[in-house]
Ligand binder design. Structure first.
Ligand SMILES: O=C(O)[C@H](O)[C@@H](O)[C@H](O)[C@H](O)COP(=O)(O)O
Length: 242
């Protein structure tokens, strides 16, 4: 587990552009090693901006989108066609615009496909166990003003989950209330965890996440560490860092 690296950018446009460049380079390099890289996508506004930028650049590189495996760090437990689904947002912004292999896009089951969020978490965990490579090349994460990442919220039982890849979340403080999220244990099986955050509204959470002292219970983003962890920030989101 390495010390988190912080990469600051003047504004959200340059932030999104640099993350897109780095992500395409990293996935292409994995393919050049003969690998089929696994990426965990996240929901949220800056992630949506990133997905759109990746789609704009789709033809600019040698990246073979059909040899990338897509997962989600979390998902809302709502109907599959709900605009609240992270997967629907990612398809509209990116996956419907690049030649992915549909068999390599693994959505979390939706509320009109299984009965409960627990069933969805169990099914998604089983798929990750059978189809995953045992690790993510890159896990993308946003951060909420309360310091949550994926759907691991302050004080929630999911923070304590052990021996589980994905768990159900209820009473999420960020609507919708029912979700599925990867656990800290699952998130640590990453060559790289990339947090991406933009705007003054995230500055306090980012500072708490990167502070020397602090609790994971209060700021869950403190609990996620890949082999490498990079915080991709614009100056506004980095404004409370020393
Ligand atoms: O399902 C979700 O809601 C997301 O996965 C969530 O973890 C998101 O990444 C952060 O809340 C940041 O969202 P914004 O970028 O919209 O602030």
């Amino acid at each position: 587990m390495s010390t988190p690296e912080v990469r600051r950018h003047a504004d959200s446009d340059t932030l999104v552009g640099d993350v897109a460049t780095a992500l395409i380079e990293r996935l292409s390099a994995a393919q050049e090693r003969g690998e089929v890289p696994q990426i965990g996508l996240t929901g949220g506004t800056i992630a949506d901006d990133l997905h759109r930028e990746l789609a704009r650049r789709a033809g600019d590189s040698s990246l073979d989108w059909s040899r990338v495996v897509f997962w989600w760090g979390d998902e809302r437990f709502v109907p599959a066609d709900s605009s609240d689904r992270n997967a629907r947002q990612a398809r509209e912004a990116l996956l419907d615009h690049v030649p992915v292999d549909p068999a390599r896009v693994h959505e979390v089951p939706a509320s009109d496909q299984v009965a409960t969020a627990e069933d969805a978490a169990a099914a998604y965990s089983a798929t990750l166990r059978s189809e995953g490579a045992g690790f993510f090349e890159v896990l993308m994460l946003g951060i909420g003003p309360d310091g949550h990442c994926a759907s691991l919220f302050p004080g929630h039982p999911g923070l304590e989950a052990r021996d589980a890849i994905a768990v159900a979340v209820h009473d999420s403080p960020k609507p919708p209330p029912d979700r599925v999220t990867l656990t800290f244990e699952a998130m640590e099986r990453c060559r790289a965890v990339w947090f991406i955050a933009s705007g003054e509204g995230k500055a306090d959470a980012v500072a708490r996440a990167l502070a020397e002292e602090g609790s994971v219970a209060e700021t869950p983003a403190r609990g996620v560490h890949g082999d490498e962890t990079v915080w991709w920030l614009d100056e506004a989101a980095a404004s409370r860092l020393p």
